[in-house]
Design a protein around this ligand. Structure first.
Ligand code: FEO
Length: 161
């Protein structure tokens, strides 16, 4: 693999762990406010991000490349109200999508078609991630201001395994 591509892969591994951290922070935020369903939904999301990191890490290792684990930054964000974490999550997923698209683009630039093929899974996953984040924000905008609506939404989110 191209050295620059390996470096960017390693950065993306770190970013996926950062995503997990961000979602843990959001999970805690909702739990502290009595919204256990939102809390468990974002806990599951954090675990999914760790899986993304391990998927990237495994690909590097199996390709005989050096995996470099870097320091994970603390999420530098405070939330002002119940809608704010969902907006932050959507914005974050948009940024991750841009990063994945860049990685995909680099793989083609370096004519590393195997890596591009591997990254296709992430390209598709990001579409789903952004759709889900937008869906959650929309639901909160529609029902979040009403106590019963919020209660039902929290119950719905608690069902995610
Ligand atoms: Fe790893 Fe939420 O994308």
């Amino acid at each position: 693999m191209n050295k620059d591509l390996v470096r960017d892969f390693n950065e993306q591994i770190n970013q996926e762990f950062y995503s997990a951290y961000l979602y843990l922070k959001i999970s805690v935020y909702y739990r502290e406010r009595g919204l256990a369903g939102f809390g468990s939904w974002f806990l599951a999301q954090a675990r999914e991000e760790e899986e993304h990191a391990v998927k990237l890490l495994s690909y590097l290792a199996e390709s005989g490349q050096r995996v470099e684990l870097q320091e994970i930054a603390a999420p530098d964000v405070e939330f002002d109200g119940l809608e704010a974490p969902l907006l932050a999550a959507l914005e974050h997923e948009k940024a991750v999508t841009a990063r994945i698209n860049n990685l995909y683009d680099f793989a083609f630039t370096y004519k590393d078609f195997q890596t591009a093929d591997f990254l296709t899974w992430f390209v598709r996953e990001q579409r789903e991630e952004m759709e889900t984040a937008a869906w959650l924000l929309q639901k909160m905008k529609l029902f979040g201001a009403d106590a019963m609506g919020l209660y039902q939404l929290d119950k719905e989110l608690a069902e995610r395994k």
